[in-house]
Design a protein around this ligand. Structure first.
Ligand SMILES: *Cc1c(COP(=O)(O)O)cnc(C)c1O
Length: 239
């Protein structure tokens, strides 16, 4: 038996609320991002009709094409790596960027935001497991660079984000969520850099992430089902 996207959304919201309560917070302290990458606008609309308000996408072009086809009240969050040559476009599309993963990218966004007269909301991505294949600041690197980042006056940096290695058991992800929170705590206490938001937790481990302080959880598969391909393209759906 398959459940509907609407059923999935309500079940996820309930689990988010329960996990928030377990961490001594209200359900409103945690924002659900519906990760709609690779799904068609028709599928996404089912989630939107059921109450999804924030969509997470990892490709600039794909988000741009979908945004043109979906209700304008939605918010769009970039959760994938941003290439420097797409910063200008991304700033025109996304309400928040979770994945500022280097000083160089932070500088590029800052400069272009200045040209466009914007103060974008962004988060710094941390490579919590020091994986060579992944983007993001290593914590020690960020402590060295945080003062230079703090000078970028166009960036409204208010949190940290992580994509830990996949662990089959959600409990095994806990140490990475703790590591992200501890990185935040050090930046706040030692460097006086306030970072209230923590973007962490995906379909299989969002409850553990919430228990460790997540304020944004990014949920795709549990809401929409398995992704069929890596990306959605407008031509493919019109054919
Ligand atoms: C795809 C993706 C997700 C959603 O993953 P699911 O396991 O499908 O919930 C969350 N965060 C990022 C950064 C992603 O790329």
């Amino acid at each position: 038996m398959t459940t509907s996207i609407s059923d999935n959304l309500h079940a996820i919201r309930e689990r988010v609320a329960q996990a928030a309560l377990r961490s001594g917070r209200s359900a409103h302290a945690v924002t659900l991002i519906a990760v709609s990458k690779a799904h068609s606008p028709e599928t996404i609309l089912e989630a939107v009709d059921a109450g999804a308000e924030i969509l997470g996408e990892n490709r600039v072009q794909e988000a741009k094409a979908k945004k043109a086809l979906l209700p304008t009240r939605l918010q769009w969050h970039l959760i994938g790596h941003l290439q420097s040559n797409k910063v200008r476009q991304a700033l025109g599309i996304f309400d928040r960027i979770h994945t500022v993963d280097s000083l160089e990218l932070a500088r590029d966004i800052n400069r272009i935001a200045g040209e466009l007269g914007l103060f974008p909301k962004v988060m710094l991505e941390i490579n919590v497991a020091a994986e060579s294949t992944k983007h993001g600041f290593r914590p020690e690197q960020l402590y060295r660079e945080i003062e230079q980042i703090a000078e970028l006056d166009r960036l409204a940096i208010d949190g940290l984000m992580a994509i830990p290695p996949f662990c089959p058991k959600p409990e095994e992800s806990r140490k990475y969520f703790v590591a992200l929170r501890e990185c935040r705590e050090r930046l706040q206490s030692e460097y006086r850099f306030p970072l209230p938001e923590l973007s962490m937790g995906m379909s299989h481990d969002f409850e553990v992430a919430i228990e460790e302080g997540a304020t944004f959880v990014r949920v795709g598969t549990a809401l929409f089902g398995e992704r069929k391909g890596k990306a959605w393209k407008p031509e493919a759906s019109e054919a």
